[in-house]
Design a protein around this ligand. Structure first.
Ligand SMILES: Nc1ncnc2c1ncn2[C@@H]1O[C@H](COP(=O)(O)OP(=O)(O)OP(=O)(O)O)[C@@H](O)[C@H]1O
Ligand SMILES: [Mg+2]
Length: 232
């Protein structure tokens, strides 16, 4: 069970030409206990970077990340790939659906990689598509979908393999209120209620309200509790 995510002394920066931009100087934080956490923060403060580090898509230049008993910063690429496949579901800010695969095949892929039998795969794919209201679009390709439809497929894909940890980057950013609620409820039902863990980035206080804990990442790359009225 993903019950604990520990960040110890994370330093991470990007270099563009001759300019180095430090996103995290020495970030330490523990997300403890199953449940959901929302992270607010101004554009460019490092929210997506933080999720990329926890998903192992990027490595911090210094510091350690532990997810339960897994020290992911000590993992090699193959171990990280397995960790992501088995353990993690990701909603990317830019969706990242596989353009050459239909909606159905985008959802079947993580299940195939995890070795689920065909019948169970079809059952789960139909179920999550139903939950986001897209069952009739199962044979479409990503380029034939609106932005919001792509986002709903991305949300469905993040939970279809019932991961222990879901990392969702603005999962409702392109959605109207009703579809946003459906998307959040799908993620919440499949994570929190299964005893799993959700970390989501959002710009919406209404969406953050679904989470057990709300944090703010400030411009200095420091995480703190959200308090009403705080500027972010
Ligand atoms: N690959 C990269 N190369 C150079 N700089 C980058 C790269 N990725 C991110 N950055 C910079 O790092 C900082 C943090 O980026 P990040 O994408 O984590 O922000 P964010 O909080 O997710 O912003 P938003 O709310 O706009 O999505 C930004 O200033 C961004 O310009
Ligand atoms: Mg971002």
């Amino acid at each position: 069970m993903a019950r604990r995510i520990e960040l110890h002394g994370i330093y991470h920066s990007y270099v563009q030409g001759s300019v180095r931009q430090t996103v995290f100087e020495a970030l330490s934080h523990t997300f403890a206990g199953a449940g959901s956490t929302a992270i607010l923060g101004r554009s460019g403060c490092g929210k997506s970077t933080l999720l990329n580090l926890i998903s192992g898509l990027d490595r911090p230049q210094r510091g350690r990340i532990r997810v339960d008993d897994q020290e992911i910063t000590a993992y090699n690429e193959a171990q990280l790939a397995l960790y992501r496949r088995r353990y993690v579901g990701i909603v990317f800010q830019s969706f990242n659906l596989v353009p050459t695969l239909s909606v159905g095949d985008n959802l079947r892929l993580p299940l195939e990689l995890n070795g689920l039998p065909a019948k169970e795969r079809e059952r789960r794919v139909a179920e999550v598509l139903e939950r986001v209201g897209l069952r009739e679009l199962i044979d479409r390709y990503p380029e034939e979908l609106s932005g919001g439809e792509q986002q709903r497929v991305a949300v469905a894909r993040s939970v279809v393999h019932k991961p222990q940890l879901v990392l969702a980057d603005e999962p409702t950013g392109s959605l109207d209120a009703e579809n946003g609620t459906r998307a959040i409820e799908l993620i919440r039902d499949t994570t929190v209620e299964g005893g799993h863990t959700l970390l989501m980035v959002t710009h919406s206080l209404a969406v953050a309200g679904y989470a057990d804990t709300v944090l703010v990442l400030d411009d200095d790359g420091v995480l703190d509790e959200y308090r009403e009225g705080i500027a972010w």
